[in-house]
Design a protein around this ligand. Structure first.
Ligand code: NDP
Length: 341
């Protein structure tokens, strides 16, 4: 079994040279009496949060059961879609498609609770990694459950061309909100406006003053900010929030690779405007999965929503796909197709 591992802990911005391909001996048969499911990985998710698992453990490090540490040289678990090649678990049989916690490797063995059978219903398998998987659920739960949006409200989304961000913007448009996104290139700006129907999009890299940029697009203030990036963008958003505004803190990607970059929000503004700032983890909202799934699949079938994904092929492309997330190289959900079906 060939898999991708880190050579050592990664602190700061990741480089492709931080990774290596390793090979381990791996049994493709299940021992008698054992409940293991042996899976051939087909599509695996490339996610920014993995960088936080690769850092050197420090006393002040914040951890979560969803983001345990990754050890150098070890297999890295990752969400994905695969095919069962052998099973000791009566719930799965050879040939089943499955979705759940797989790995950045050719094969994985699974015996935990986080694996489900998948009926692709004629849709591309990759959709179940992103738009119809955890990224989509993150956008859905974060927007509807955390932000409690109402029709006509003014919504701002950062990293808007990304996996989560593009879906937040599309859900908000479906609800009848005014939606502004920010993204890191003119190509992304064009795509979000022309293909996904965002009302306005700006390239944050071209703005010298983020506060003024937000004032330009939100002359009447922001009701909801869906934060994927943290730092200065969060500070600027707080200055522009309306009374009783809601901020969903989904991710703070600009802070992941630069520990010196932390948001210094104007807390007096938060108090006077009674702003709710709430962090969340998609994994806590699995009960919303059926509602999210049926809503999203309907929107996709009626082309009210579009899937934005960015798929590369081969395990050897995992390091560049991952590193590229922190350089804004991806457009939509970054996925690696490990193998053909
Ligand atoms: P994306 O697909 O959005 O990829 C990351 C994007 O972030 C890049 O394309 C880039 O776009 C932008 N970016 C990278 N570095 C910076 C920076 N320094 N400043 C501003 N923008 C930057 O990733 P995801 O959609 O998977 O994740 C988005 C966020 O949501 C992340 O913070 C992630 O950790 C978080 N997340 C949280 C979950 C939860 O349960 N709370 C679950 C899943 C994701 P650009 O060109 O616009 O700069």
């Amino acid at each position: 079994n060939t898999f991708v591992a880190i050579k050592a802990n990664v602190d700061g911005a990741p480089e492709e040279s931080d990774f290596e391909l390793k090979t381990e001996s791996f049994s493709l048969v299940v021992k008698p009496g054992c409940k293991d499911v042996i899976i051939k990985n087909l599509y695996v998710s490339i996610d920014p949060y993995q960088i936080n698992r690769m850092k050197t453990i420090s006393d002040s490090q914040t951890t979560s059961a969803f983001a345990t540490n990754i050890e150098p040289g070890e297999v890295i678990d990752a969400y994905g879609v695969g095919k069962v090649i052998a099973s000791g678990n009566p719930e799965f049989e050879k040939g089943d498609y499955v979705v759940g916690l797989l790995s950045w490797g050719e094969y994985c063995t699974y015996n935990g609770p986080f694996l489900n059978k998948l009926d692709p219903m004629g849709l591309p398998l990759s959709y179940y990694v992103g738009a119809l998987g955890l990224s989509g659920l993150t956008a859905y739960a974060g927007f509807f459950e955390i932000c409690k949006p109402k029709k006509g409200e003014k919504v701002f989304v950062s990293a808007a061309s990304g996996s989560v961000g593009n879906m937040v913007g599309q859900y908000a448009k479906q609800l009848g909100c005014y939606v502004v996104g920010c993204a890191g290139s003119s190509k992304k700006v064009k795509l979000l406006k022309e293909k996904l129907g965002f009302d306005e999009v700006f390239n944050y890299k071209e703005e010298t003053d983020l506060n003024l940029a937000l004032k330009r697009y939100f002359p009447d203030g922001i009701d909801i900010y869906f934060d994927n990036v943290g730092a200065e963008m969060l500070e600027a958003a707080i200055l522009n929030m309306n009374l009783h505004g809601r901020i969903a803190v989904c991710g703070v990607i600009s802070e992941y690779t630069d520990s010196g970059k932390r948001a210094i929000p104007d807390m007096l503004n938060v108090i006077y405007k009674r702003i709710t700032i709430r962090g969340f983890l998609a994994g806590d909202h699995m009960s919303l999965f059926p509602e999210f799934f049926s809503t999203t699949i309907d929107h996709l079938k009626t082309t009210k929503m579009h899937v934005l994904e960015d798929v590369s092929f081969g395990l050897e492309s995992v390091p560049s796909a991952f590193v590229g997330l922190f350089r804004g190289y991806n457009v939509g959900k970054r996925i690696v197709q490990v193998s053909n079906d």
